[in-house]
Design a binder for this molecule. Sequence first.
Ligand SMILES: CC(C)(COP(=O)(O)OP(=O)(O)OC[C@H]1O[C@@H](n2cnc3c(N)ncnc32)[C@H](O)[C@@H]1OP(=O)(O)O)[C@@H](O)C(=O)NCCC(=O)NCCS
Length: 131
Amino acid sequence: MQVRLRDVVEADLPIFFAQQDDPAAADMASFPARDRQSFMAHWERMPSDGSVLRRTILSGEDVVGNVVSWPDGDQRLVGYWIGREHWGKGIATAALAAFLQVEERRPLHSAGRQTQPRIGACAREVRLRPH
Ligand SMILES: CC(C)(COP(=O)(O)OP(=O)(O)OC[C@H]1O[C@@H](n2cnc3c(N)ncnc32)[C@H](O)[C@@H]1OP(=O)(O)O)[C@@H](O)C(=O)NCCC(=O)NCCS
């Protein structure tokens, strides 16, 4: 299935919410799931001045996740989240490779825990630096 990126639209947000509202995903990311209100507020507050770059990940026509870069101190971090039913198909690796064509700022650091095998493997594959 072809993996593509596109701009985030409002209709994606409930899908992203459900994807992060998953104990297995939150456990992997070591990041507590947000409740719906906080999640929506977080996405709606993201600045539109170019400092945050975000894309929806599509596999075929399905919204399967998102990838975002943002400044954090003197680093630029990249976060990536795939709905659990789509894990293990190479989607994160393909989406990160595509994102690196859109996000031209360097260096980029993975926001995820490098010690988590799946997160670390994705980051190494596309040569994101550790956070
Ligand atoms: C981490 C995450 C993005 C991976 O998405 P994915 O689409 O399943 O990743 P991929 O299929 O591209 O696989 C990535 C790597 O993990 C490896 N992998 C797959 N399943 C694995 C498992 N059970 N254990 C260890 N490694 C595994 C793959 O082999 C691949 O490595 P390789 O390229 O060296 O072969 C996804 O699990 C996720 O969204 N988790 C919750 C959110 C999160 O933790 N985000 C990252 C921090 S910002």
